[in-house]
Design a binder for this molecule. Sequence first.
Ligand code: HEM
Length: 390
Amino acid sequence: MFWVLTFGCVSIASTIYYFIFLKYKPLIIVTTGDHAHQILKSPEYSRCKPNKWLINTLSIVNPFTIDSQSLLTGFKNKVLTTLKKWCNDDNYEELVLTIGNRIDHRLSILQSNNSKFCLSKLVKQVTLDSFLSGILNVNANEDLLTELPDLIIHLWKNRDDKKAQDRRQELLIANKDNFSKSEFWQQIQTVLSNHSAIISQTATNDFNEKISNPLNIIVPGWETMWRVVFYSLLELLRHPELLKELRLQLNYPSKLHQKCSLLKWILKETLRLYPPTKNIYRTNLKTGQDVRINVQQIHRDKNVWGSDALDFRPDRFKENLTAEQEKCYLPFSISCPARHGFAYGFAGAIVAEILIRCPTFTIADGSSSLPTDQLLDMARDSYNDLLVIP
Ligand code: HEM
């Protein structure tokens, strides 16, 4: 009996020891630019394990959820070619016109009798509408445009909400014909279909529904973009002098938004203080070690950005960044295809065209307010009640 008990205790202790010291690896948090680059460049790390929930919740099968170098290259090449096209001056002018029309349409729906409107709704819906009609050439129905933004954000927090998942699918199915006419979406779908063997290994059920799910391109394009637009506008509401200066520079013809330096610095500073992807997750394929690159902390590090690191000061981008700052500026990680010109051109056009249509642009009486002496909150549902006078 004594031996059985002793043996049992030793065996439990060794199992605990095995899990605590050998198997369990506490998450590593990366807070320096050097270390972040080392991980982001290494083929030993994958982002698919931490993103796996996107497959079940949003039915997403793309390079964010499926480990395949060839899928990543094919997908990224199609995105790069399309986004590049919209940076060309003539096409950009057309894109700005589309964005302006979408803002007019949305403002007419969202403005109440006394003309104030909910800024968060306007930005989320206009960014989605502009991405769909401008880049994908898809005219989605009103239900999708008004419901999908909040549904995606809701599912980010409530990943198992089956009812919301079903509604998301219903909205997309109702727009199936609209999406099937989009050349860009067809190209992306072809890339996905060409990788069906590898995709089906990870995403086993409803495989066809996943491959034909437009969220595969909408989520990477929209989910980051609305936030840079929203936080830039929130900071402009908190900095009336800067807003005044920007308005003077926006007197250019609209097609020149992408050449307005101040607008670009504002977007850059917003992406520094409020990076939409505030953490980048990776797992080491060999050791199973999970890693979190804390982009937000790296972006706010006073040793890198100076004692005013926590101040919203766009003109820090007037001068060239130091080599250390360059390394520590990671809103697009190191490889997002929108990072060179498209993200600034597209987000800048939405910010500028909203401001052109809203000459007053101040917080309405009776609305919730913004903090005056601290950084803005970054939760996806923050400032949902903020009302603005156009
Ligand atoms: C302000 C706008 C944007 C921001 C802040 C942003 C941010 C990012 C970040 C942080 C990553 C790396 C994620 C990771 O490795 O886990 C990424 C990758 C990617 N993004 Fe963006 N993105 C933006 C716009 C877009 C747009 C408009 C598209 C496409 C329409 C897009 C497509 C992609 C793709 C395909 C990747 C994977 C690239 C790769 O890993 O080599 N992004 N983006």
